[in-house]
Design a protein around this ligand. Structure first.
Ligand SMILES: O=c1ccn([C@@H]2O[C@H](COP(=O)(O)O)[C@@H](O)[C@H]2O)c(=O)[nH]1
Length: 278
């Protein structure tokens, strides 16, 4: 079985270093001339998949925008995941789950067990009940070639107060998360399956990402103000493992599929240029 890290490495080599988010904000549905209901959500997702599913390495549906429509919205998430998988992109579900270990087991089954209707290639997870509490996710991901991206240094300004707080051992909370994920990826080739989320907005925080040996998802580009040129400052020598992520910056070009593809190609070009300087 090929690991998620290997599959991601291959997808990025073939399609380029880019993740595009599917975030059907009410404002975007309106701009696309779609109703703010399940039919509008379905149409929005179908257009995005048709436009970019066969050209982007990773697509990241944001679960919140599906959950807000209840069970029918989750049904659209399931069908969107299926369509994305058929289009050849890897699916990273942005769902930021975390809980005590026994409950994390159920989250792991929901997203990382191939028999689940919500089965995806990778999920985002929250480490604030302790990185160790996410072990059931790591184990099921490893068993089935899946991946987990753990929040480390998020792109929002409020994250710093928690993530940069310093513990008794002198390390920040974020550095503890970084170090524990680095351990999980030790020796993995060509890339570990356990990633981190590090916002492109955060500047140089002095955190050491050099030993992670796993993918570094970088949201915050475009709508939140960061540019591809900021990636070097944030990631330094870890730049080659960065997976830049854009949602509204690309989605704002829709609903025209050619315009969505053009926006995707533009940001991919910017990211390629930024990462090539590594
Ligand atoms: O630190 C984080 C973690 C996750 N996100 C998510 O990424 C997208 C960003 O959307 P944009 O439209 O490109 O701003 C969104 O789904 C967030 O929940 C993040 O922004 N920062």
């Amino acid at each position: 079985m090929e690991t998620f890290g290997a599959r991601l490495h291959r997808a990025v080599a073939e399609r380029g270093p880019l993740c595009v988010g599917i975030d059907p904000h009410p404002g975007l549905l309106a701009r696309w001339g779609l109703p703010d209901d399940v039919e509008g959500l379905d149409r929005f997702c179908r257009i995005v998949v048709e436009a970019i599913g066969d050209r982007v390495a990773v697509v990241k549906p944001q679960s919140a925008f599906f959950e807000r429509f209840g069970s029918r919205g989750v049904g659209i998430l399931e069908s969107t995941i299926r369509q994305l998988r058929n289009s050849g992109s890897l699916v990273l579900l942005d769902v930021k789950r975390g809980d005590i270990g026994s409950t994390v087991s159920a989250y792991a089954s929901a997203y990382l067990d191939p028999s689940s209707p919500l089965y995806v290639d990778a999920v985002t997870a929250s480490p604030y009940l302790g990185v160790g509490s996410l072990a059931p996710m790591f184990e099921l991901a490893a068993a089935h070639g899946g991946g987990v991206f753990v929040l480390a240094l998020t792109s929002n300004p409020e994250g710093a107060a928690v993530q940069r707080a310093v513990g008794a051992d002198g390390r920040t909370v974020a550095q503890t998360v970084i170090d524990e994920i680095s351990q999980l990826n030790r020796g993995a080739e060509p890339l570990g399956s356990f990633g981190l989320v590090v916002g492109a907005t955060i500047g140089d925080t002095g955190h050491d990402l050099a030993a992670v040996n796993g993918p570094l998802l970088a949201p915050g580009l475009g709508a939140q103000g960061a540019t591809a040129a900021d990636l070097r400052t944030v990631f330094g020598s870890a730049l080659p493992t960065v997976l830049p992520s854009y949602s509204r910056e690309v989605l704002g070009a829709g609903p025209d599929e050619a315009a969505l593809r053009a926006a995707t190609d533009r940001v991919l070009g910017e990211c390629r240029a930024a990462l090539a300087t590594a």
